[in-house]
Write a protein that binds this ligand. Structure first.
Ligand SMILES: Cc1cc2nc3c(=O)[nH]c(=O)nc-3n(C[C@H](O)[C@H](O)[C@H](O)COP(=O)(O)O)c2cc1C
Length: 464
């Protein structure tokens, strides 16, 4: 049976020795993030902060910060299986006659098994706040120069305005006041695409932000699934069982019935404000940029929800492990389009988007370029800065093997291709738009071990 909800995941992590509870009072303003970053940089456990200053809600961080925890959450130790299930579905033969249909019934029923199941109510419908406010939620400020508090692991649910295909994406949200926050969906992401279509017709887009859900649904929101694939269906593929959903109260969207909390609202294209700075996945503060405003219209929640969060910064932090599972699970899909691909790695130190190494079974001259161009045309891989293509005998997960191959089998003048004016990640500190970027990581990176941490807003930092 898949893990159905966050509290069940917490129990399982605790039983496996993968979670620590902190009962001492901690502050959402820089203190929890300081503790979490130290725990993450030292490969520590998930942490449940049970006594959060000024809030009546526990905060869970680093829940996905190891492969073991992801194996527990997704009930799987071979993540390539996830992508393989999608590939198998595309190859499923359509039955012709009645006998054939009966023969293929078990296979066909697998498709209905993974579909989301709409229910009238669920744990998340226990409470509805008609006068909602972000102020009751223990949202963190992560880095000293961040523009404020940011929701970092909310799953933004939208519907494609024309096809109705449901999407979930993790896009950070900067809190502005009780009911307004900035929605940082980058231009290349699906949420922003849905928003752009609505904007063109002059209307607002309904959005529901899910805080805390079963691990497969959280994973689905981060996964760059193939275009047109419903993320709720993808969550079902990941769990091998469809998720349960309920309808929101103030917007026409479905959300996971087992969620901890759902922030309902809309994003208005006529209300654009500056977002950031924010200490980002690269280890640099992303400078302020314009993003649209989310207006909160209602909160659905459990009686006693857990606030699920994470912190981002110079790799390697929690997001790296989710990225690893994405890398493994998407290998079969990459092979579906490029069968010569043997293996594929996106090193965490390159914040995943930065670099990919691909090994291929080469059959003809120029094939490395063919694969490279093909991958540069696949969804979010278009944002990858550097591809290194190696022969099949090179282990893409072994940096020594890669450096050996690059230095013995390539000639830079002949083998390097540089392409200008391609899509680029707005997070990239070296992007051609070149602004000055500040480092975030001075205060807690292992390289700074032993250095005195400067006095921050929250005073001294407690680590237990
Ligand atoms: C912790 C975390 C924070 C993220 N924050 C953002 C963000 O602020 N904006 C964004 O566009 N993508 C962000 N992402 C990446 C997206 O979630 C990811 O690209 C996802 O595939 C987007 O879904 P989509 O392809 O359905 O749009 C974040 C990912 C993680 C793990």
């Amino acid at each position: 049976m898949p893990v159905e909800e966050l509290s069940e995941f917490v129990d399982k992590l605790e039983k496996a020795g993968e979670l620590k509870r902190v009962k001492t009072q901690v502050d959402t303003n820089l203190e929890i993030s300081e503790i979490l970053s130290r725990v993450m940089y030292s490969n520590g456990p998930a942490v449940l902060f049970e006594n959060v200053k000024n809030y009546d809600m526990p905060v869970l961080g680093n829940a996905f910060g190891s492969i073991k925890r992801l194996e527990i959450g997704l009930e799987n130790s071979d993540f390539t299986e996830i992508g393989q299930r999608i590939v198998d579905m595309t190859r499923m033969e359509v039955p012709s006659g009645i006998l054939d249909k009966l023969r293929k019934l078990p296979e066909l029923s697998k498709i209905t098994d993974i579909a989301p199941k709409l229910q009238k109510s669920g744990p998340v419908t226990e409470v509805f706040e008609e006068s909602p406010s972000f102020e009751k939620i223990p949202i963190l400020k992560t880095w000293p120069k961040d523009a404020g508090k940011f929701i970092t692991l909310g799953l933004a649910a939208t519907k494609h305005p024309e096809t109705g295909v449901r999407n979930l994406g993790v896009y950070r949200m900067q809190i502005l006041d009780r009911t307004h926050a900035l929605m940082h969906w980058q231009k290349h992401k699906r949420g922003a695409h849905h928003y752009d279509i609505k904007k063109d017709s002059g209307s607002k887009i309904e959005v529901a932000v899910i805080i805390g859900a079963d691990p497969a649904t959280v994973f689905s929101a981060v996964a760059p699934v193939p275009e047109g694939l419903d993320k709720y269906v993808f969550a079902g593929i990941t769990r091998k069982t469809g998720i349960k959903t309920v309808k929101c109260r103030t917007v026409d969207l479905e959300v996971p019935a087992n969620a901890e909390m759902v922030l309902e609202g809309y994003v208005d294209p006529s209300d654009i404000r500056m977002e950031g700075p924010f200490g980002d996945h690269t280890g640099y503060y992303t400078p302020p940029e314009p993003y649209p405003v989310f207006t909160l219209t209602g909160i659905m929640r459990r009686q006693k929800p857990i606030y699920l969060t994470t912190i981002v910064g110079k790799p390697i932090l929690e997001d790296a492990f989710i990225g690893k599972v994405i890398e493994r699970s998407f290998l079969p899909l990459i092979r579906m389009f490029h069968p010569e691909v043997v293996d594929f790695a996106m090193p965490a130190a390159g914040w995943f988007q930065g670099m990919a190494i691909i090994s291929i079974k080469k059959r003809y001259p120029g094939q490395a370029k063919k694969v490279m161009m093909g991958l540069w045309g696949m969804g979010q891989l278009s944002l990858t800065k550097i591809f290194i293509v190696v022969d099949e005998d090179v282990n893409v997960h072994d940096m020594n093997d890669i450096i050996w191959a690059v230095t013995t089998r390539s000639d830079a003048a002949r083998d390097v291709t540089i392409i200008n004016n391609t899509p680029t990640d707005t997070l990239d500190p070296a992007s051609p738009t070149g602004q000055s970027w500040l480092k975030t990581w001075n205060r807690c990176h292992p390289e700074d071990k032993g250095r005195r941490i400067s006095k921050r807003d929250s005073g001294t930092c407690k680590i237990r």
